[in-house]
Design a protein around this ligand. Structure first.
Ligand code: NZQ
Ligand code: ZN
Length: 391
């Protein structure tokens, strides 16, 4: 196991009607004037936004509002949010929605206290200072409710990049699984896929002797395999929603990733797809993961064979471990198809002719120097081959 530090100070309030405690939690974490940030309207239609405002008002907390975050959140609204916070003297950002809303909130929180362009953080600068952020999560997916990360797309060149820093870990996150019952099946499936990707990206490690995190990841993957189809079949299944929601947080607050190198090549390769085509991140990952895994499998066949046996129930072929590894990847792909995810470029809405652009942005965009690294290092030729495998 590698040396590590782990700092995860988020206060979680989990369960039915937890959102009614928003006001007291904002107060507890020092907020007196809040920016309520939300997306395209689902929280308005569900009545959640009104309940949150009531809760703030009851505690005497003032607020400004900024809606309109879109999936794959954009830099333009972040700049708008930063200006609004300065004008309204906001001291706390409250994200009400999914990963996109939370990520936009984190970007605003960091940008308000920074004299330069907030995009510096998305070009590699560590976020060391930010306004406090609280979240009320409405979709189990990105794990941003417990993570120190934010992903934003810069509008001028559609560059989708991440920023990180413990300063943007939420002070509190309210997780009420019932709030996810209004999700369309497609979005639930995208969330399930993203959670599984966060687990796989950590499973694919070059570190040795990481039994505890291996086993945690396997347990969470097994949970997703069990609970995912139950939620697709019955969107009102509170218990399945609850298990998925907590698994989504655990998959990405890095409790499963400490002490080990991690991959993130599938995420990087996917981010170019959601940047160029504005597809849902989870749907992009469903197409990306099997291709990447098949391409890099030979780097450590036994790692892929292990997850195939322990999670996907494959029997170990000791004569030919590669066959076991491949079967595990195929079972993952079939599982994702069974919950309604796309399998290839055509189903995703991507275009083979764009592969050179995707590869150029991926390997050379925003300061990268011709390759991406993780479980293995992939250069432009490798990435071209991987995108072709998705066609
Ligand atoms: O905008 P509204 O109207 O709220 O609709 C959203 C949106 O259309 C809808 N939705 C959310 N909750 C709902 C609901 N509809 C009905 N009922 C509900 N309860 O779902 C759609 C997707 O929302 P979004 O916030 O985009 O989803 P998600 O949580 O999957 O976030 C995706 C973004 O997170 C980034 C992705 O790249 C992508 O930009 N990621 C962020 C990470 C992080 N910060 O740690 C890590 C991830 O790997 C990921 O990259
Ligand atoms: Zn993700």
């Amino acid at each position: 196991m590698e040396n590590f530090t782990f700092y995860s100070p988020t206060y979680f309030m989990f369960g039915k009607e937890a959102e009614n405690k928003t006001g007291s939690l904002v107060k507890r974490f020092g907020g007196s004037k809040v920016l309520i940030h939300y997306g395209g309207g689902s929280v308005v239609r569900s009545g959640l936004l009104d309940r949150v405002k009531d809760s703030l008002t009851k505690e005497g907390i003032g607020f400004a509002e900024l809606g309109g975050v879109r999936p794959n959140p954009r830099s333009g609204l972040v700049y708008e949010g930063i200006e609004l916070c300065k004008k309204e003297k906001v001291d706390f950002i409250l994200a009400v929605g999914g990963g996109s809303t939370i990520d936009s909130s984190k970007a605003i929180a960091a940008g308000v206290l920074y004299s330069g362009d907030f995009w510096d953080f998305y070009s590699g600068k560590l976020i060391e200072e930010a306004l406090p952020v609280g979240t009320i999560l409405t979709i189990a997916a990105a794990g941003s409710e417990g993570s120190p990360d934010s992903v934003i797309t810069r509008e001028e060149d559609m560059m989708k990049r991440g920023a990180t820093g413990d300063a943007i870990r939420p002070k509190f996150s309210i997780l009420n699984p019932a709030l996810t019952q209004t999700l369309p099946a497609f979005q639930s499936a995208c969330g399930i896929t993203d959670i599984m990707a966060h687990l796989y990206e950590r499973y694919l490690t070059n570190s040795k002797e990481v039994e505890v995190t291996d086993r945690l990841i396997e347990a969470l993957l097994l949970t997703m395999k069990h609970e995912g189809p139950r939620v697709i079949e019955d969107p009102d299944n509170y218990e399945a929603r609850a298990n998925i929601m907590w698994a989504g947080m655990m998959a990405h607050n890095n409790s499963c990733g400490v002490g080990r190198t991690q991959d993130w090549n599938s995420h990087n390769i996917e981010h170019e797809l959601s940047a160029l085509y504005d597809v849902a991140h989870g749907a992009g990952l469903a197409v990306t993961m099997p291709a990447v895994f098949k391409y890099v499998m030979k780097h450590n066949i036994m790692r892929f064979a292990q997850v195939a046996v322990r999670v996907w129930g494959c029997s170990m072929d000791f004569e030919n471990p590669e066959a076991t590894a491949l079967e595990g990847i195929n079972r993952l792909a079939d599982f994702l198809t069974s919950i309604g995810m796309p399998r290839n470029f055509a189903e995703l809405g991507a275009n083979e002719a764009d592969i050179p652009t995707l590869v150029e942005n991926l390997c050379c965009g925003n300061g990268r120097e011709g390759s991406i690294s993780g479980f293995v290092t992939l250069d432009k030729e490798d990435c071209t081959k991987i995108y072709r495998m998705m066609v």
